[in-house]
Design a protein around this ligand. Sequence first.
Ligand code: ADP
Ligand code: MG
Length: 699
Amino acid sequence: MLKLTSEVQYLNRIGTKRASAFAKLGVRTIEDALTFFPVDYHDRTKIVSIRDIGGQLQGCIFGRVGKSYEKKFMQGLYILDIEIFDDTSMVYIRFFRKKTAYSNIDIFISIKKDFEIGTFAYAYGKMESGSRFMIVNDYEIVKKEKDEPSLFNKIIPIYPATEALNQKFIRKTIKTLLEFCYEEYPDVSKLIPSFKNIPRLDYLAAIKTIHWPNTLEDAENARRSFALQEFFVLETALSLSRNNVKKCIKTQKYVVRKTLLSAFKNNLKFEFTRDQKNAINDIFTDMQKIYPMNRMLMGDVGSGKTVVALSAILLAVENGYQTMIIVPTEILAEQHYFTISNMLLGLCVEIGLVTSSTFKKEKERKRILAGLEDGNIKIAIGTHSLIEDRIKFKNLSLIVLDEQHRFGVMQKFEALNKAQSPDVLMMTATPIPRALAMTVYGEMDKTIIAQLPPGRIQVQTYCSSEQVAYTNAIEELKKGNQAYVVYPIIEESDKLALKSAKEESDKLSQTWFKDFKVGLLHGKMNSLKKNEVMQKFKNKEFDVLITTTVIEVGIDVPDATVMIIQHAERFGLSVLHQLRGRIGRSFKQSYAHLVVRGPNAEIYNKRLSIMVSTNSGFEIAQEDLKMRGPGELIGVIQHGFPKFKAGDLIKDSDIIEFTKMIAAKVVDDDPNLSKNENAVLKKLIYKHFSNKMKLVSVG
Ligand code: ADP
Ligand code: MG
């Protein structure tokens, strides 16, 4: 009996080399191999008669093997044609092989050996249009007409093969594995009531069907059945962690006194939007509960999340508590420090900026550390420096994480450890579809800011040539506005032949922008320098800022009305959307130019057309998901979460919703999963989440 945890490298025929190729695909153990599911299927259940195959582009045929003919096709390339007969007609199946000069090797030897006259062949391929030749993709020979083939008359799994591991080998390895007998496969299907038409398969039955289904429908049903268990385990883990947060009663208490809140509102030059008011309302209600707040504030770029967070912060501060805002970059920390200081002018609230650069200056470092520890600094704004051990607060009660998707689960966890039972507000502009949000932020309460502040004019986006883009930029600069030019990288790389920001800034300041002041900002500068450049741009000492994705998040320069993104094809759509969010931050019309460089511009422009047609981050994220799968998006927002084997965050949104409900019931009924019937579930949660999600501590 085979153990699920055994490593594949000890299996027959898999040496260390193939084992490491498997490992690259994420397959180390037998269990990994069993759940290494096909990415696609090939339906070979239909055999087309040879008379009819001519009319079809591709298909499977079956027939008796006849004579073969070899000839030269062109220099170095040879053809082998083999006759295949069935009752209706004859077709030649055709193979191409290369032959080097002077080589005496019979290049078709293995094929000719397979296709013995009088045997029978199954072949899958594509007809050369209007001819009697089929270019063969895959074939199988059987000795007798009635012999059952292994790769035809069936649905064939297609695996993500690599150079080191071909399709055939993966298929064979997994097929062999499926025939073994295993120790009991942990199975929680009994805990899940039936749902829709999903068959009630145990894990192993589902696995077998997913690899070798009889019909495509069976495959999909089995996949959903596996996903049902997969999501159930995840949702139970999330539900447990949510319960844990809820269980602890906090010590901080807030009363809305409005001593600071009113003064702050008077300082603002605008009214809150309806959505901002609702968000503030949700947050204040949370903060006044006896359990810690655990809320996610989602709003597209520019929707005004900062002032919402600031309202929460001031509620805490007017009740005597300390607060902190953690952001992913120093530039953003610096920027928040300035805008927030401005908004709080005259309120006498001490604010501290905590980044590695502040900490480089000894006097400043001592002042800040002391201020945090004695409680004088009420608002600490900073980067991950804020979660260092030496940072101690006197009475921290509220933690805000801005652009939270940039933080790993562990960083978040460490941040939360800075206080006993802090109220937590996370903010993100990465718009994600509902089902995904339910899973990723499942344990959190959610508020969405759907509207932008009034008077905003939508950014106009174009796929432009450089000529058009720079001409437009100059028009805007002449009006006294500012422009960003964004490059994917900063150093020149011959290999990719990308234009680099550094090199280009010199060129641009001598050509297109010779009458303007040009600044350069990139990720390799030290933070002092970065802040200096950013501040100068904000103060209009530069008209043009040449930069990289360092400005992707949070930066707010209202007079910047043009953004030219070079090599737009190199960026993901969601990143482009974030970048574009840096303009259009005032009542002025702004313009984004996506410049595609190099070959295949048409194809790229097609992909980018969604950017032109919509300003909704949500629609763009949906499109991104459709085109590239959830991989990258999830990668960004899902630090530390498991990859799903069969579950699909888009197709299975109904399952996610259902299992969330079932999981909540299970946890309500048995908060420590100590009942016998939940033992397997508990084991699975430990196995999958105990190290990844420290948030979960069971029993
Ligand atoms: P984000 O949600 O992307 O973090 P910000 O909080 O940076 O957005 O806000 C974007 C800009 O909109 C800022 O300049 C901010 O001052 C402004 N703003 C926020 N709320 C409003 C409002 N209700 N009316 C007008 N402008 C607003
Ligand atoms: Mg922001």
